[in-house]
Design a protein around this ligand. Structure first.
Ligand SMILES: [Zn+2]
Length: 382
């Protein structure tokens, strides 16, 4: 018996007897049992002492090296001599190769983890590891249960967000010739927004019922520990959280608020160009030239970039002035959010909020007024 080779193969309970090179280059590793407990009857636990015969199995293992490696395990079949035991005989088994298994436990595990943790498809994992599709799928199912059955980690702030699943599909009605949206699938994801719990769950759909259905699968004490729920500005999610987690404070994450403000700016720009110039924007229009700078954060613009945005717009007249008014609304909303994030001084936050709301109210731009209504009133401390 070669100890080094046994260590190299590292299959618990089995020892390498010798390694043979076949004519096609494949290495065949001859194995013998090196685990005393393999002799214990799986039914009654009695150690057997009389051999009934020998069985040769060729369990598949992880690929190793460039040429094939195959295992040949000569295992014994034993008589169980315990008079009360129903089992008359049994073959040896070790944890890595249970009775009847045709692949090693570590190969099964590796196949499962490729799919579960490394994002491989089942087909690809089967191809890479030279096992069948059903083998990989069943191993993956077992390994997935470790994650899905695991207890949810304690969460203080729950994040709820939607993700589109696949592309939307349009189909034309052959009779009317009208196009219809036939498939637009959305999922709702639940994440640990502050902690390290990551993705906690994902369900099909994005209705209030879908959110509530997932929440109902979680333990009550887990739900009562949630203090905040971060969502985008969706009225549906807000309604669902109010019902399912009535004690939690709903917060809108700042990213989505700023995104909304930027959308508002682009809408104002397009509408104003259309109204004043009577056409779509062109590359020579000052508002078109400034379109990207308008969306950047003030502090990310250099002094020069800021001037290149501000001055031409100011000189442009009504278009530029309207855009700068909208831009200031966006920036004062960002100031308000930054204050809310860093400071606990309610008076200071209240003042910033008042400044933002009055600026928007006086702007006389419908999109800006709407932004104030959505982000500053309806969603503020909802
Ligand atoms: Zn027995």
């Amino acid at each position: 018996m070669d100890n080094n080779t046994t260590t190299l193969l590292d299959l618990d309970g089995l020892a390498v007897e010798r390694v043979e090179r076949l004519t096609d280059g494949t290495r065949r590793v001859h194995l013998i049992t090196a685990d005393e407990t393999a002799r214990a009857c799986p039914s009654c636990g009695t150690f057997a002492s009389r051999v009934k015969g020998l069985v040769r199995t060729r369990p598949r293992d992880l690929p190793y090296g460039e040429r094939g490696l195959e295992l040949a395990w000569l295992k014994r079949r034993w008589y169980c001599h315990e008079p009360d035991c129903a089992r008359k005989s049994f073959t040896e088994q070790v944890p890595q190769i249970p009775a009847g298994a045709r692949i090693t436990a570590r190969l099964r595990r590796a196949a499962a983890l490729r799919v579960r943790d490394a994002g491989s498809t089942v087909v690809q994992a089967a191809r890479d590891l030279h096992v069948s599709w059903p083998t990989v799928m069943s191993a993956f199912r077992t390994a997935s249960r470790e994650v899905t059955d695991a207890e949810l980690p304690g969460v203080e702030a729950l994040g709820v967000d939607e993700t589109r699943r696949g592309r939307p599909r349009w189909e034309q009605d052959p009779d009317t010739g009208k196009w219809q949206l036939t498939r637009d699938r959305w999922h709702t994801g639940f994440v640990d927004a502050f902690g390290t719990g990551g993705l906690l769950g994902q369900v099909e759909g994005r209705s209030a019922a879908d959110v509530l259905a997932w929440l109902s699968t979680t333990p009550l004490n887990w739900r009562t520990n949630i203090r905040y729920v971060a969502i985008d500005m969706s009225a549906t999610y807000r309604a669902a959280i109010r019902t399912g987690l009535p004690h939690a404070l709903i917060v809108v994450d700042h990213f989505h608020v700023v995104q909304l403000a930027n959308k508002m700016l682009s809408t104002v720009r397009r509408r104003t160009t259309a109204e004043v110039r009577g056409r779509r924007g062109r590359a020579t229009d000052p508002e078109w030239k400034a379109r990207n700078r308008l969306l950047r954060n003030r502090e990310d613009l250099t002094h020069e970039q800021f001037e290149r945005m501000w001055n031409p717009l100011l000189d442009e007249g009504p278009i530029g002035q309207r855009l700068l008014t909208a831009w200031i609304a966006k920036e004062s909303l960002r100031t308000l959010l930054a204050l809310a994030r860093t400071s606990a001084d309610r008076e200071q936050i209240g003042h910033a909020r008042w400044k933002f709301l009055t600026w928007c109210a006086d702007s006389d731009i419908p999109e800006v007024t709407k932004l104030a209504a959505t982000s500053g009133r309806r969603w503020w401390r909802v």
